[in-house]
Design a protein around this ligand. Structure first.
Ligand code: FES
Length: 262
């Protein structure tokens, strides 16, 4: 009589077998092609384990191809949300590099580690309780004064922002410069984890932009006009109809929406 343990469909799998099964199931979905059609392969190391993956995948898709399922550390997949920070090193190199997993292509002999988020200091504040003054930045982030202008933050930025320049603008109280130079920041935190002076550049910039937006940026005419229209009830009927739609209808409506011309 066959052993019940051997024939049971719910035989206990070890974690490696589970990973291999998930990887097998997700391969074609992730890469978009059958394995037989892939011409170039590279070897990457995820948490120390080697995987063969198609050469043209991003780090994010390569990890999914290998069987990893992201529950944190991923968001937009387009380089905008800053959720997918990654640290890697290439074989034979000393330097640890950083990047966004959804934007960085895998390379042969890459050693990878994902960062679920950067646990940097982020104090709470109430903008209405503060003056529009550079001292507010130093009050919440006194380490700002420690900047040694080494430019490491700029080199770490996956958005190619001039991070050191906006830090200098912050030190001088140039809120407009700080807000404009940091405008495209995606809050990934990679600048802060490389900073030898332990400055949290991206959170300082966020506070600076908020202060500038509240106290100094010009009032946008189009926003003023739209707020007036809302108050006059211009969109009330449309809103009523939209709130009655199902999720599917809303999704279809969003996909088919008329886009503003540039
Ligand atoms: S997933 Fe949003 S930036 Fe990579």
């Amino acid at each position: 009589m066959p052993n019940k343990e051997e024939t049971s469909s719910d035989k206990k799998l070890d974690s490696k077998e589970i990973m291999d099964r998930i990887a097998e199931a997700s391969r074609q979905v992730v890469s978009g092609v059958e394995d037989e059609e892939v011409e170039n392969w590279v070897t990457i190391y995820i948490m120390g384990r080697a995987y063969e993956v198609p050469a043209d995948l991003t780090i994010l898709t390569a990890m999914e191809y290998a069987g990893y399922k992201f529950v944190r550390g991923v968001g937009c997949r387009q380089g905008f949300c800053g959720a997918c920070s990654t640290v890697y090193r290439k074989k034979g190199e000393y330097k640890l590099q950083t990047g966004m997993a959804c934007q960085t292509r895998v390379e042969d002999e890459m050693y990878l580690v994902q960062i679920p988020f950067v646990p940097a200091e982020k104090p709470s504040y109430d903008l209405t309780e503060h003056e529009y003054d550079v001292n507010v930045l130093f009050e919440y982030y006194p380490e700002l004064a420690r900047c040694v202008s080494c430019n490491t933050c700029t080199k770490a930025c996956p958005q190619d922002l001039e991070v050191m320049d906006y830090v200098q603008a912050a030190i001088k109280g140039d809120f407009k410069g700080l807000a404009e130079e940091s405008f495209d920041c995606i809050q990934c935190g990679l600048c802060a984890i490389r900073c030898p002076s332990e400055i949290v550049q991206y959170n300082i910039a966020q506070l600076g932009r908020r202060l500038y937006g509240r106290y100094d940026s010009p009032e946008p005419e189009h926003l003023k006009k739209r707020l007036e229209e809302i108050e006059e009830g211009k969109f009330d009927k449309e809103m009523k109809e939209i709130t009655k739609l199902s999720r599917e209808e809303l999704e279809r409506m969003y996909a088919e929406r008329k886009r503003e011309e540039d």
